[in-house]
Design a protein around this ligand. Structure first.
Ligand SMILES: Nc1ncnc2c1ncn2[C@@H]1O[C@H](COP(=O)(O)OP(=O)(O)O)[C@@H](O)[C@H]1O
Ligand SMILES: [Mg+2]
Length: 331
């Protein structure tokens, strides 16, 4: 491994010898390593998962456009800085190198104050990119958050599982938000695409958010889905792999902490709550589809895991429906 990292270090013209290689495991997609050199500098070496991102060059172009926009329009925001190889490329055999930002990430967050601050940080990111022209970004995952298309894929498959019928019965309600955008009633805008807990870094001293990271899915999309996804991540009681459905639920205090943070930065309330339901059902649809197709997309550790995840998200969607009017009233 060290030899490979030496080769990458040289390709990106980083001065110094490698002192330490630390695998970072909070992400779910790429291979990520923190590399410390004897110069004292710390970098992130990351191998792009090309199964998910078929066009890594397009991913890098999107990230660079976003970074230069934010540098100009939101100079207070911490941006991701990537290095170039001697040939002026941002990738070397699908590896890339960025500055490590000092801070820690969390897989789940239980502290209400931190959840509130996370809401502010993600709301601030949403606000910061809201003036950027989304047409300049490339669609790096085809059909990303096309809830209708995900439903069509699922419903084309044959299955007698009861989960199939539950999801079918939710199709229209779950596609409502997505249809509003597709009909042009709301504008597609620049979205982060993966606003979850592990994609935020917190300062080691103050425990305040310092940077929104993982910009790989920044593209044109539905900003309310960013909110929905973040609520799913921050306000769920358990992870999506939890098999005990009695533990699955949404915590209203966590929801309120996150939402007040978000709204303090970006007060547009339209369709936020319906998006929480849509994005959850969409994920259930994707898990069930993957299970029925032989687990090609989501990494599994046992054969039933994607079915368990689908059941988990269905239960979460039921819990969201139960709390929907309470959440609307709170906003
Ligand atoms: N620039 C960075 N500085 C410090 N840590 C980082 C940085 N980028 C990523 N990380 C860490 O690596 C983890 C995985 O990186 P991420 O880009 O989120 O990949 P994935 O797409 O696999 O989630 C993050 O959750 C975070 O802990
Ligand atoms: Mg991540």
């Amino acid at each position: 491994m060290k030899e490979l990292f030496q080769t990458i270090r040289k390709a990106f013209r980083l001065e110094g010898e490698i002192l330490e290689i630390l695998p970072l495991t909070d992400g779910g997609i790429h291979g990520t390593y923190q590399i410390r050199l004897d110069t004292g500098k710390i970098y992130i070496f990351q191998q792009i998962n090309t199964g998910v991102f078929r066009n890594p060059d397009a991913v890098m172009r999107n990230i660079r456009k976003t970074a230069s926009y934010l540098k100009e329009h939101a100079p207070e925001m911490r941006i991701l800085h990537f290095y170039q190889t001697g040939q002026g490329e941002y990738l070397f055999q699908n590896w890339r190198v960025m500055d490590a930002i000092d801070g820690y990430s969390l897989k789940t967050c239980t502290n209400l104050h931190q959840i509130h601050q996370a809401g502010k940080a993600f709301g601030a990111f949403r606000k910061a990119v809201s003036g950027m022209d989304s047409a300049g970004l490339e669609q790096t995952i085809s059909g990303f958050h096309d809830t209708r298309a995900y439903f069509q894929n699922l419903l084309n498959l044959k299955s007698s599982l009861p989960e199939m019928e539950i999801l079918r019965s939710w199709q229209e309600q779950a596609c409502f938000v997505c249809d509003c955008y597709r009909k042009g009633e709301l504008p597609f805008q620049v979205t982060h695409g993966d606003m979850k807990c592990s994609n935020l870094l917190f300062d080691r001293q103050t425990n305040q958010p310092t940077a929104v990271i993982d910009w790989d899915t920044v593209m044109s999309g539905m900003p309310v889905y960013d909110f929905g996804d973040a609520v799913r991540s921050f306000a769920s009681n358990v992870s999506s792999s939890e098999p005990d459905l009695s533990r699955v639920g949404i915590s209203m205090p966590k929801f309120e902490a996150f939402a007040t943070g978000w709204l303090s930065e970006h007060p547009d309330r339209n369709l936020l709550i319906p998006a929480v339901f849509s994005v959850t059902v969409e994920l259930a649809v994707r898990y069930l589809t993957d299970y029925l197709q032989g687990n090609i997309y989501f990494r599994i550790t046992h054969p039933e895991q994607n079915l368990i995840r689908a059941r988990n998200q269905i239960r979460l969607a039921q819990e969201i429906l139960k709390h929907q009017s309470e959440m609307e009233e709170f906003l």
